[in-house]
Write a protein that binds this ligand. Structure first.
Ligand code: COA
Length: 174
């Protein structure tokens, strides 16, 4: 099934979005796959503040459909992430992405694929970006299928500082 409503766009997250993000990250369908924790508002303010994220070379976004915020997404520069993350990545053009839809009632209807495709397209607008990676949990079959539909291929199983993951990649289109 595919939802065909307005296109998904992105705006940069601001500090005013942090209470909304706190609400979303505490929803069971997101908490299950997003670090497995239910963060407090103070934790969300500390971790997801745009300045804190910029220091880690992570860009946080609110995904929008028209004027409705529908999800959270982030992209990051993989090389040099530190703390044990992406130590094998030597290409400065590799970006990584993570995302979740806010409304549990909309899962499994094609909206996530639309969102991921739109984010990939946005990132490839930067000519410095060579490929885009993502790292769902190996048993998050819904996310894996969504990423496949959005153009990612499964490369290999890896172990990240957050645990086992499926490393998925897509290269800049020729
Ligand atoms: C991951 C996420 C963004 C994907 O968005 P979505 O709108 O649900 O995904 P889509 O509907 O576009 O695609 C999901 C696909 O997985 C399939 N699917 C759903 N549940 C599944 C399951 N348990 N096993 C296998 N496939 C499953 C769907 O049928 C669909 O495939 P199809 O179109 O071939 O039928 C969304 O599900 C989400 O936010 N999940 C909760 C948080 C999360 O997991 N975030 C990602 C962390 S890596």
């Amino acid at each position: 099934m595919t939802i065909s409503r307005s296109p998904v766009t992105f705006r940069l997250l601001t500090e005013h979005d942090l209470p909304l993000l706190h609400d979303w990250l505490n929803r069971p369908h997101i908490a299950e796959w997003w670090g497995g924790e239910r963060p407090t508002l103070a934790e969300v303010r500390a971790h997801y503040h745009p300045q804190a994220m910029a220091a880690e070379r992570v860009t946080p976004y609110i995904a929008m459909q028209g004027d409705v915020p529908i999800g959270y997404a982030q992209s990051y520069v993989a090389m040099g992430s530190g703390d044990g993350w992406w130590e094998d990545v030597t290409d400065p053009g590799v970006r990584g992405i993570d995302q979740s839809l806010a409304d549990a009632a909309l899962l499994g209807q094609g909206l996530g694929t639309q969102m991921v495709r739109a984010l990939v397209e946005r990132l490839f607008r930067d000519p410095a970006v060579t490929s885009i990676q993502t790292d769902p949990a190996p048993h998050n079959l819904r996310a894996i299928r969504c990423y496949q539909k959005a153009g990612f291929r499964a490369v290999r199983r890896i172990v990240t500082p957050d645990g086992p993951a499926l490393y998925m990649l897509q290269d800049r289109p020729a």
